[in-house]
Write a protein that binds this ligand. Structure first.
Ligand code: NAD
Length: 289
């Protein structure tokens, strides 16, 4: 029986600390703004959840919804306005954006001091240089899930990351390298994943394909972190990329879906907001006492 890595418990610990530090800072509370263009059901539910959790720890949350036919210039103007507004601590651009918009260009416009999801080019460069203030939330959440079982010394551990997206797999590979893990990154051109995964102390999968990682692909005693979220319409349930039933008997520890990486991701977003608020205006000495 594998240990089930309890993402909700990890998130609870992070949020308790964030709440305490925000309360100690006093007013004004940090403000995080989610910018959404058009309406997307999945994104809307994610933003509602974000807003609820932010308010619980004392972070104000606002949703700026722009019309679906917003053009690149109007979106950029809106982001420039948020960059210039001293009341705004963090800016998030919700995805997916309508196809006519330039996501990369818009992300590049978010001031790095407000890039709470670390999706812009300056944040990416800082992550390569290991000088980053905050890291992409899901990648950081996956590391925290690994550390929950392996401790914060990942030195020399062989971690196989499946997926190399700009927001999850790639930054995760860098975070793990900075933690001195030995990292193998697999992707859609890798072919057979088994020779890699069977050699791993830990496997982290972030692809978006249910059942991609099966029990026979995992070394006994490995730690398995499942970032994938796939909605199975016929069964009306969320599953990850790991075939939980066949992997769980082999693994030392495994994250469930839901209840694994997801809740930790939101908690990391709140922690990132606090970090940016602290960097922008350190708490007064009285408030820190
Ligand atoms: P993406 O589509 O941007 O990237 C998928 C990656 O998987 C690519 O790098 C691709 O090369 C790789 N890939 C595709 N098929 C593969 C295969 N057969 N074998 C190996 N690699 C393969 O996706 P993303 O944005 O990185 O998200 C990945 C998954 O994580 C999705 O299910 C997404 O919903 C989920 N996700 C979860 C959270 C969370 O908080 N839990 C956050 C972000 C994304």
């Amino acid at each position: 029986m594998a240990q089930i890595i309890d993402g909700k418990a990890i998130a609870k610990r992070i949020k308790a600390e964030v709440k305490e530090r925000i309360a100690a800072r006093g007013e004004p509370a940090p403000l995080v703004v989610a910018v959404e263009v058009g309406e997307d059901a999945a994104s809307a539910s994610y933003v509602r959840n974000q807003a609820r959790q932010a308010e619980r720890v004392g972070i104000h949350h606002r949703l700026d919804r722009l019309p679906a036919d917003t053009n690149d210039e109007a979106l950029r103007d809106h982001l420039r306005g948020l960059n210039a507004d001293p009341a705004v601590t963090g800016i998030m651009l919700q995805t997916p954006l309508p196809r006519h918009l330039d996501l990369r260009g818009a992300r590049a416009l978010i001031a790095s001091s407000k890039d709470v999801e670390a999706v812009g080019p300056l944040a990416a460069g800082a992550l390569v240089a290991n000088t980053h203030a905050v890291a992409p939330c899901t990648a950081q959440a996956a590391v925290l899930c690994l550390e929950d079982v392996l401790g914060d010394d990942l030195s020399g551990k062989h971690v196989v990351v499946i997926g190399r997206s700009e927001i999850v797999g790639r930054p995760l590979g860098l975070l793990l390298l900075h933690a001195n893990a030995t990292v193998t990154v697999c992707h859609r051109h890798t072919g057979d994943l088994s020779p890699y995964t069977r050699n791993a102390d830990a496997v982290v999968v972030a692809v978006g394909k249910p059942g991609l990682v099966r029990g026979d692909m995992v070394r006994p005693g490995a730690v398995v972190v499942d970032v994938g979220t796939n909605w199975i319409e016929a069964e009306e349930r969320l599953v990850g990329d790991v075939d939980f039933d066949s992997v769980e008997p082999h693994a030392a520890a495994i994250t469930p879906v839901p209840g694994g990486v997801g809740p930790v991701t939101v908690a990391v977003l709140l922690a990132n907001t606090l970090h940016l608020a602290e960097a922008a205006s350190p708490a007064s000495p009285e408030a820190a006492q």
